[in-house]
Each structure stands twice: as C-alpha cells, then as structure tokens.
Design a protein around this ligand. Sequence first.
Ligand code: NAD
Length: 344
Amino acid sequence: MTNKKAVDLLNKNDLIVITGAGGFIAGALVKYFKDQGFTRIRAIDKKPLGQWYQRTPGVESLCMNLSEKNNCIRAVEGAVEVYNLAADMGGMGFIENFRVECLRSILINTHMIESSYRAGAGRYFFSSSACAYNTTLQEDTNVQALKESDAYPAMAERGYGWEKLMSEMFCEEYWAEREMKTFIARFHNVYGPYGTWDGGREKAPAAMCRKVIEAQDTGKHEIVIWGDGRQTRSFMYIDDCVEGIDMIMHCEELIATPINLGSDRLVSINELVSIVEKIAGVTLKRHYDPDAPRGVAGRNSDNTFIKQVLNWEPATPLEEGMEKTYHWIGQQYVARKAGKRTVS
Ligand code: NAD
C-alpha cells in the first residue's frame, strides 16, 4: 500500500488555501507545499503580515479575519483544496482562561466549510485536537492511550474541546448530506521551531526550553513547573505533523473520519524537563506551582488506527525534535535581547 499525497493527486498549479498561516503549524504546511513545487498557495491569517511566524516567498499571503463570512468567501475563491487551521488557541494557560475566545473559533470553521462547499473545493481539512476527547478518561497520569471512539460519550475539554468536537460534526455532516470530502485530524501536542515560545500561548515543550534558557542566562539555576510535574502527555514534531496532514487529506478511507495525529510516546512533564536539561547540559532546582493550569492528568495517542490505514505514524524521536526546538528558541531569545523582532 502506498499512501497518496498532494503531489500524486493535484496539478502543481491547483490552488491550495491554508488558514492560520501566520501561526505555527499552518506556517510550516505552507512551506511544505511550496517546497514540493506547488505554485498557487493562498495563505491567510488575521494577524498583520509583519507578525507572521514564517513567511514563505512566492505565496499569496493575506491578512483577513475568517470569523467573517464574506472574508471566508473571498478566501476560498477558486480553491481546489482547503486546509483550515485557523483558531484562537494556545497551551493550557490560554485554553483554561479564555474559553469564550476558544469557543468563538466555531465561527471560522462554520463559515470556511460553507464557503468551501459553495466554491466547489475538492477537499476540506479541519485541524481538531486531542482536547475533543472525553476528559473523564484522562484523570490518571498512567492514562490509557485515547482511541478515536473515545470522544463519545462526549465530555470534551471545556471551551476549546467542545468547539473542536462541534466543528468535527460539521465536517462529518457536510460529507453525509452534501458529499463534500472532509478530513479531520485530532492533533496531539505539536512542537518544533517557529512555534509560540513565550507570551502565554506557548505549550509545554517550548515553555520548558525557554525556562531552561532563561535560568542559564540569569544565573538563577531554578525552574518553575506547573502542577506537580507528573502530568503526562505525548509530543509530535512539526515535520511529522505536516506530512501526516498531507497523507490524511489524500486518503479516501478517511473521509469524514476523525483520526489521531500524534506521538504515542507518553512522557511526564518532569521527564520533558530532564530531556531539556540534558540538551542544555544543566541541572536546575525544580519548584512546583500547584495552582497553575495543568490540564488533564494524562493524555496519549492510540495510533492503532493510523498505523492500520496509513501504515505510518509520527516517528521523530522526542530528544531529536527537542534539540532542534531548543536551539531555535535559544536563537530567538538572543535575538529578542538584542532588540530584534522574534516570533513570540
Ligand atoms: P497558532 O496559534 O500558532 O496558529 C493559529 C493561527 O490562527 C494564528 O496565527 C491566529 O492568528 C490564526 N487565527 C485565529 N483566529 C483567526 C481568524 N478569525 N481569522 C484568521 N486567522 C485566525 O496555533 P497552531 O499550533 O499552529 O495550531 C493550528 C491548529 O491546530 C489550530 O486549529 C489548533 O487548534 C490545532 N491544534 C494545535 C495543536 C498544537 O499542539 N499546536 C494541538 C491540537 C490542535
């Protein structure tokens, strides 16, 4: 079995629309398709162009708020494929404190999917999240990995998770009732260069790299860890994520079928800190903040289904991905200190 990818099914001048392109994952996806020779890519984000994390030359880059219906109609004009990754989101610190903002992302998908349908787009991708899973299954740090059927009966993460679940439902019904090919990946934590690393929206891997860098820079050899550090997660490197998106989007078996896209290596936040310490060559005194947002106790991806359909799963070793991420954040940190513009 060979997995199909965009290069196998599209013409190089077919229009690919990617939303959320000023952010982390969609920014990497734009570059991925550009590197493969696609000549017509339309990248969209509500952030002003100067604030985009990555700008790929030769790509039509537009600043538009996709919560507005008319902007969505304009965004997908002529699109052959649409990848909707725009969302108001962040790490635990953001999604626990800004549930209304997270819920309001429903406007983006609602208008984007309808506009894509009306424009006759051939395929539509929605980036869902492991936060759509039933939270009662995630109360133990030694968690059973989550399989796709574990989203129902539903008890998603408040705010962010419910928005994802409801938007998944839109994708499923646009296929069932209107025969538009939709694809849904439930991402588990994604990390890597060009991701948010400071400012409140960053996730654990980037936050740990930054804290270790700060500790070295200030000479205060201490680190504050949210919760007791025993909460567990799995982390997927960005290159695996974009390749997975491409394969999921072009697999007929996966039409309107949510699928996990994540690593299945479970690590505790304490272990994650140890990995970063090893990369940096330091050992820090750990302080724990029990009042900080910590999210569910444990969460992991069950990759049985993706291995069965695609014969593939994200495989970049955490140590290797974290090393690249650590060095990139180090460069960002130095650049910011020198007064230069940085991603976060
Ligand atoms: P990100 O915050 O870096 O990128 C999202 C982008 O969407 C931002 O640049 C933001 O400005 C843009 N956006 C928000 N509202 C918009 C609007 N109304 N109109 C246009 N653009 C808008 O996040 P990311 O990590 O790249 O995540 C991409 C997608 O993947 C999101 O849907 C997110 O929920 C999902 N996801 C990410 C992770 C992860 O670990 N990063 C995990 C699960 C799911």
